[in-house]
Design a protein around this ligand. Structure first.
Ligand code: PEP
Ligand code: MN
Length: 345
C-alpha cells in the first residue's frame, strides 16, 4: 500500500503517517519524489485497512498496490529509476549504456587489452566473470578472487565500471568489494538467499532473467533486493529456452516494453547469451535498442577463437566498434543516444 502525501504536507505530517504505519505493525518506507512524497507500507501480504491513514493530515490518497511485486511496480513509483555509478554512467536515463567484455576473466593481458579497446570504442562498463556458472563441472570455472583483482586493475587503468557475477552467498561479499554492479546470473535468478544478500550490500544489482522464468517471476526476484532496502536494481533480458536449436536461447525482446510498463527499474538486453551465435549478436543488439533497452551487455573477446568460455557468441573487438556505430544511429532515431564514451568526458 502506498500513502501519497499532498504537496503541501509538512515533515510532521509525514512523520505521523510513518508512526501510524509502524503502530499498525508494518514497516514504513518514505519515497521522496520530485512532485510529492509518498510513504510505502510493506510487510503485509493481504489488504490493509486504510481508514486510519486516509484521515491523517496531509494525506492525499491511499493506493492499494495490486501487483505482488510492490516496490518494483510503477504503481509504487512512477518515475523511472536511474542508477548512477562512480564513473558517471547513468543507467535508466536517456543514454543507452554499453557494458561489454569477455565472458570470463582469463588473464591480466586478456582483460587489460580488451578493457582499453572497449573504452576506446565507447563502453563505460566492463563485464567479465570471475566466478562462473558452468554447465559442466569440468569446464573452466573462473579465476575467482584473482579474477576480481584483475578487473579492479582494469578499472584503475581505464575508468570503466565493473560488472561481475556473484555465484553463491559465500563469495558474494568479496564480489561486492570489487564490483560496481553485482550480477546475479540467470541460473541464480530465484536463489532467494543470494538475492537478499546482494540486497543488503546496497550496491547496484544486475538480475538476469532465468532460463524459464516469467516476467512476473523476474520482477519478484527484483522485489527481494528492494525489500532489503536496496533500490538499485537493473533487470536483464538474456533469452529464455525456446524450441528451436538454431540459436542458444530465444531473446524475448517483448520483455523490454512489458517490463517498462510494469516497473520503474531499468532493463538492459544481452544479445550474446540471447542468441549464442556471433553473427546474430549485432542484429539483436540493434533490435534491443530499437525496442527501448536502457543498455546492452555484450561479450567481446580479444580473440574469441581462444576464449575459455562462450567464444562462439563473443564479438571480435572491431565488430563491437561497428555495433556501437549502428546502435548510436538507432538510439538517435528514438530520441535517445549512446552513452558518451569515457574518453570524451
Ligand atoms: C554471463 O553473463 O556470462 C552468464 C553466465 O550469463 P547468464 O547468467 O545470463 O547465463
Ligand atoms: Mn557467458
Amino acid at each position: 500500500m502506498l500513502v501519497v502525501m499532498h504537496h503541501t504536507a509538512t515533515d510532521d505530517d509525514v512523520r505521523a503517517v510513518i508512526e501510524t504505519i509502524e503502530g499498525m505493525g508494518y514497516e514504513a518506507r518514505p519515497i521522496p519524489g520530485k512532485q510529492r512524497t509518498a510513504v510505502g507500507l510493506i510487510g503485509n501480504d493481504g489488504k490493509v485497512d486504510s481508514g486510519r491513514l486516509e484521515s491523517l493530515a496531509g494525506v492525499l490518497q491511499v493506493i492499494h498496490v495490486s501487483q505482488p511485486y510492490k516496490q518494483v511496480s510503477r504503481e509504487w513509483k512512477s518515475e523511472p529509476t536511474v542508477i548512477e555509478l562512480a564513473n558517471g554512467t547513468r543507467i535508466g536515463d536517456r543514454e543507452v549504456v554499453l557494458m561489454a567484455g569477455p565472458c570470463s576473466v582469463e588473464s591480466e593481458a586478456q582483460i587489460l587489452d580488451i578493457a582499453h579497446r572497449l573504452k576506446a570504442a565507447g563502453a563505460t562498463v566492463l563485464r567479465g566473470g570471475a566466478f562462473k556458472p558452468r554447465t559442466s563441472p569440468y569446464a573452466f570455472q573462473g579465476l575467482g578472487v584473482e579474477g576480481l583483482k584483475l578487473l579492479a586493475k582494469a578499472r584503475e587503468e581505464t575508468g570503466l565500471a565493473i560488472v561481475t557475477e556473484a555465484l553463491e552467498t559465500e563469495t558474494l561479499d568479496v564480489v561486492a568489494e570489487y564490483a560496481d554492479i553485482i550480477q546475479i546470473g540467470a541460473r541464480n535468478m530465484q536463489n532467494f538467499p543470494l538475492l537478499r544478500r546482494a540486497g543488503k550490500t546496497g550496491k547496484p544489482v544486475l538480475i538476469k532473467r532465468g532460463l524459464a522464468a516469467t516476467i512476473k517471476e523476474l520482477l519478484l526476484s527484483a522485489e527481494y533486493v528492494l525489500a532489503e532496502g536496496n533500490p538499485n536494481v537493473i533487470l536483464c533480458e538474456r533469452g529464455v529456452r525456446g524450441f528451436d536449436d538454431q540459436t542458444r536461447n530465444l531473446l524475448d525482446l517483448t520483455a523490454i516494453p512489458v517490463v517498462q510498463s510494469l516497473s520503474h527499474l531499468p532493463i538492459i538486453a544481452d544479445p550474446s547469451h540471447g542468441t549464442g551465435v556471433r553473427s546474430k549478436v549485432i542484429p539483436m543488439a540493434r533490435a534491443a535498442v530499437a525496442a527501448g533497452a536502457d543498455g546492452l551487455i555484450v561479450e567481446v573477446h580479444p580473440n574469441p577463437d581462444r576464449a575459455l568460455s562462450d567464444g562462439a557468441q563473443s564479438l571480435w573487438p572491431d565488430q563491437f566498434e561497428e555495433m556501437v556505430h549502428q546502435i548510436g544511429a538507432i538510439a538517435d532515431a528514438i530520441g535517445r543516444a549512446a552513452a558518451a564514451p569515457l574518453v570524451t568526458r
